[in-house]
Design a protein around this ligand. Sequence first.
Ligand SMILES: C[S@@+](CC[C@H](N)C(=O)[O-])C[C@H]1O[C@@H](n2cnc3c(N)ncnc32)[C@H](O)[C@@H]1O
Length: 327
Amino acid sequence: MISHLRVANKKAEEAKFFLKNKGYLNEKYLPIKENNFVLWPLNQASVPFEGEIIICKGLVHNRKSRDYRLNMDKKIKDIAPRSFDIFGDIAILKLPSGSEIYEEQIAEALLLSHKNIKTVCIDLGVHGEFRIRDLRVISGNTNFISIHKENGMEFEADISKVYFSPRLATERERLSSLINKPENVLDAFAGVAPFSISMAMKGCKVTSLDSNPEAMKWALRNFNRSGINEKYFSFFNAKFEDYDFGVQKFDRIILNNPTNCLPFLDKAMNLVVERGIIHFYIICPKDGSFQLSKYLAEEFECTAKREVHAYSPSSSLFVFDIRRNLV
Ligand SMILES: C[S@@+](CC[C@H](N)C(=O)[O-])C[C@H]1O[C@@H](n2cnc3c(N)ncnc32)[C@H](O)[C@@H]1O
């Protein structure tokens, strides 16, 4: 028997983020889902988060059943990646070149162990301004449209025409947990609007931009799907560098175009209010040699830096939180 924190579904992700951050979440056990509630397993008897403490039998992880490579021959097991991205019911795998003859077996094993997956495809890399992923289906539907569930939200997209990364879910959770009053937010490279919607769900008024017209199409559907009132968002199919914001200023700006972001920092610094924050995403060396301070105007200060995930053996995706101080 272990302690669980029982919270309503709408508070579940906020609670998880808090518990995980503070080290209170017992990751040996799975959350228990009840009708409109989630019970998070705890490492200790109680925690400083609103909810009911319930002592009951924990739901043990059965990790083995999730490893689709368990019954494979050693040779194929060495090629098949342990982890892969999932967008809705589409699994996206990276395989080394020369492994084509094993693709079918790998896809079959994956479909057998993950009943929620309907399509398996190979990731051939991301390219161009729109950061679109080249995908090749090895099993299932050749239609790349799916609905992805994340932190209690749903994002629908055709991932052969727009960018989406499920690996940014923790970042979206982190940013929305920073909001404690309605803010004016600019999401300058919005894609299908996962960051924008996370912010709008916290009562922010969001302005979103993306130069890919397909991104706008799916983003508008996603705002509607999330039930966000039109008063709280506006989306423009435009390039950030060309868009004229007039006198408009923002409390918070999200710059999530990590392979090409430095050219846009100056414009963002001019658009943020005093005490406002810019979340600046960039791929840079893991060794700490990137000096953000060289690019910041005098009144700006970096208040936090986080490694989001590895990008290559020597580089990672980092986020820098940058604050505009009073002068
Ligand atoms: C790395 S993706 C991030 C998308 C989104 N923030 C997300 O988390 O899913 C970058 C996005 O910026 C868009 N983009 C690239 N250059 C742009 C520009 N100059 N102005 C506006 N959008 C741009 C691309 O089409 C792409 O959707």
